[in-house]
Design a protein around this ligand. Structure first.
Ligand code: GSH
Length: 209
């Protein structure tokens, strides 16, 4: 059994989607980051960086923070969604790192400046939304060549998809990116994604372009 600490955000949804895809037995603990619950001592013992998501695996007692590390661990443990040979595995990890170091941080800053603090910094709005648009273009090119980001459906898709699902917050139109839109809609139709999106609770329907 896995204890899963999360909130209704892209980083949390990456993990809930994988837990659902793997059909694992897990218990959700909602950590309301709007109420600073991520700073509670019990939570810091599992997630020292005071951020969701985090897990505790009761099979072996392992606790983990950082969504990318959690996706990697669970995919490895169950030998699914992480490639089928050395080359495809490295390809999956390459795109997982791309999400963790690029798409997530840039889109996250875009939300801060464009959606929550418009007008505070013209430079930051342009810098982060421009970079997020560029990253959409990178995905558009890749997804024009193959069905999923790293070839087959994998944790790279599960890492990126929740960030793309915030395209409205980023003021980006998926219709300008036809291959990305094709992939987005296809992933959105997966039962595990539809379930994982609403954990720990329902906020809105999955946004559709
Ligand atoms: N690199 C981390 C980022 C996690 C993260 O930024 N979590 C946000 C919600 S999406 C959070 O917990 N924020 C609370 C805070 O910053 O105090 C990961 O991928 O897990």
């Amino acid at each position: 059994m896995i204890d899963f600490y999360t909130w209704t955000t892209p980083n949390g949804r990456k993990v809930s989607i994988l837990l659902e895809e793997l059909g694992l037995d897990y218990q959700t603990h909602a950590i309301d980051i709007g109420k600073d619950e991520q700073f509670a001592e019990e939570f810091l013992a599992i997630s020292p960086n005071n951020k969701i998501p985090a897990i505790k695996d009761h099979d072996n007692g392992l606790t983990l923070m950082e969504s990318g590390a959690i996706l990697w661990y669970l995919a490895d443990k169950h030998n699914q969604f992480i490639g089928t040979d050395a080359e495809s595995r490295h390809r999956v990890l390459e795109w997982l790192m791309w999400q963790m170091g690029g798409l997530g941080p840039m889109a996250g800053q875009t939300h801060h400046f464009l959606k929550f603090n418009p007008g505070v910094s013209d430079y930051a709005e342009k810098r982060f939304s421009g970079e997020t648009r560029r990253l959409y273009g990178v995905l558009e090119k890749e997804l024009g060549k193959k069905p999923y980001i790293a070839g087959d459906y994998s944790i790279a898709d599960m890492a990126c998809w929740p960030w793309i699902s915030r395209f409205e917050w980023q003021q980006l139109d998926l219709n300008e990116f036809p291959s990305l839109k094709r992939w987005y809609v296809e992933v959105a139709e997966r039962p595990a994604v539809q379930k994982g999106y609403h954990i720990p609770s329902f906020t809105t329907d999955i946004p559709m372009p």
